[in-house]
Design a binder for this molecule. Structure first.
Ligand SMILES: Cc1cc2nc3c(=O)[nH]c(=O)nc-3n(C[C@H](O)[C@H](O)[C@H](O)COP(=O)(O)OP(=O)(O)OC[C@H]3O[C@@H](n4cnc5c(N)ncnc54)[C@H](O)[C@@H]3O)c2cc1C
Length: 376
């Protein structure tokens, strides 16, 4: 079986590892050049993402990820202003609803991506922009790229993110709807805000501050093991640049509307929006790395009726959007699809039955009722 994956993001790379370990021929085509674009600094990985990584990645890769996560996050702290000072005024069990992530750990996203790319040199082709596919009469799929390249696959997987071209070609009725909500996200070196007392106040927990009409989410990533040390111990094949000079930091997020965000540079706008907040929160924004402060557009893909299984399928943001935990769902999809294709590869299921079974699971685990169940 030959599988072509479009997109070397969290889902596509997790799938590539899993398929290769199952003895399936896999190639990943990625539009960007090798180092790609920065896509956020930090990722909260919950049980879904962590178990997918354990199921798909080689043990040394898993050990490297686990050694460099932050401490366990079991709860979300509510922070408010008490006598002019920021204080913990309540705790909420981490529940999987907006503002209350499931229990998990924070990971440094560029490091996770670098780990995922390690030892996949012979699998990932960079600078290859997918444009379209055609289905052959023999059941295979012909895949075409902007530079004229082509490939042929038994299965084509769209892991090409929110703007998925595979989805637009395959399921043209599926639309991404802009909610008008935005999330300003940034990160601040921990040492720059230690004196504010905030890192000590929140420890390893996620925190939601509700102060003077503004909401701000916060979390501290204190690497369990220094990334350079962990690389030497667990995954020496990891690119050295991926661990050089990484330090503990605070990640933060400010939900805003599109109108409130405006068109100013994002870090400057975040500073304006927090100018009236207690000094600890003001400092977190003022001391942030401007170049990693980004505004994330919050979109949704409305639920769609099931479609018949074919040799083309989709994982991750290409087929469902889940602000705050989309990365976990992308890795979970990768695991489920990998298990289904491995069953087909071993002759336990027909190929289309395997893809249909994966798609049923994917639709069920991403339906709004699954989200509600997860939040109880
Ligand atoms: C700032 C920020 C913070 C986030 N925080 C969290 C978090 O804490 N927890 C969480 O679970 N999720 C989080 N997310 C969401 C998470 O990043 C996404 O849900 C996740 O990356 C989706 O993975 P994916 O593999 O589906 O797509 P992506 O990771 O987006 O990968 C898609 C890949 O496809 C490539 N591609 C696109 N089009 C083509 C084409 N035509 N041809 C070839 N390649 C193509 C892209 O270049 C990209 O590399 C965050 C997102 C951002 C931006």
């Amino acid at each position: 079986m030959r599988v072509v994956v479009i997109g070397a993001g969290l889902g596509g790379l997790t799938l590539a590892h899993g398929l290769r370990r199952a003895g399936i021929d896999v190639v990943v085509y990625e539009r960007d050049a090798a180092l790609g674009r920065p896509q956020g600094v930090s990722l909260h990985v919950d049980d879904r993402g962590a178990s997918a990584l354990r199921a798909c990645l080689p043990p040394a890769h898993v050990a490297m990820v686990e050694a460099t996560t932050g401490g366990p996050r079991e709860q979300t702290l509510a922070l408010s202003e008490v006598d002019g000072e920021l204080a913990v005024t309540g705790t909420l069990p981490s529940g999987g609803v907006a503002g209350r992530a499931r229990p998990g750990r924070q990971v440094h996203r560029p490091l996770l991506k670098a780990v995922l790319l390690t030892e996949l040199d012979d699998v990932v082709r960079f600078g290859a922009e997918f444009t379209r596919f055609e289905r052959g009469t023999d059941g295979t799929v012909r895949v075409r790229f902007a530079d004229g390249r082509t490939d042929t696959a038994d299965v084509l997987v769209g892991a090409d993110g929110v703007g998925s071209v595979v989805r637009r070609r395959y399921l043209p009725d599926v639309r991404v709807v802009d909610t008008g909500r935005r999330m300003i996200m940034g990160a601040t070196p921990l040492r720059a805000v230690l004196g504010t007392g905030l890192p000590g106040l929140i420890g390893n927990s996620a925190a939601g501050a509700h102060v003077r009409g503004t909401t701000m989410a916060l979390g501290v990533l204190r690497f369990t093991e220094p990334p350079e040390v962990a690389r030497r111990r667990w995954l020496p094949a990891l690119r050295h640049g991926a661990v050089a000079g990484i330090d503990d930091y605070v990640m933060w997020a400010l939900p805003v509307t599109q109108e409130r965000l405006g068109s100013a540079a994002v870090w400057c706008r975040a500073g304006e929006l927090t100018v009236d907040l207690p000094s600890a929160l003001r400092s977190v924004v003022a001391e942030a790395w401007p170049e990693v402060t980004v505004a994330l557009r919050i979109g949704v893909i409305p639920p769609m009726p099931a479609w018949p299984a074919s040799p083309v399928t989709l994982i991750g943001d290409a087929i469902h959007l889940a602000p705050g935990f989309g990365g976990n769902l992308a890795m979970q999809d990768a695991r489920h699809l990998c298990e289904a294709l491995a069953a087909a590869h071993r002759g336990r299921l027909g190929l289309l039955d395997a893809i249909g079974a994966y798609e049923d699971t994917m639709r069920r685990s991403n339906s709004p009722s699954a989200g509600a169940k997860a939040s109880t």
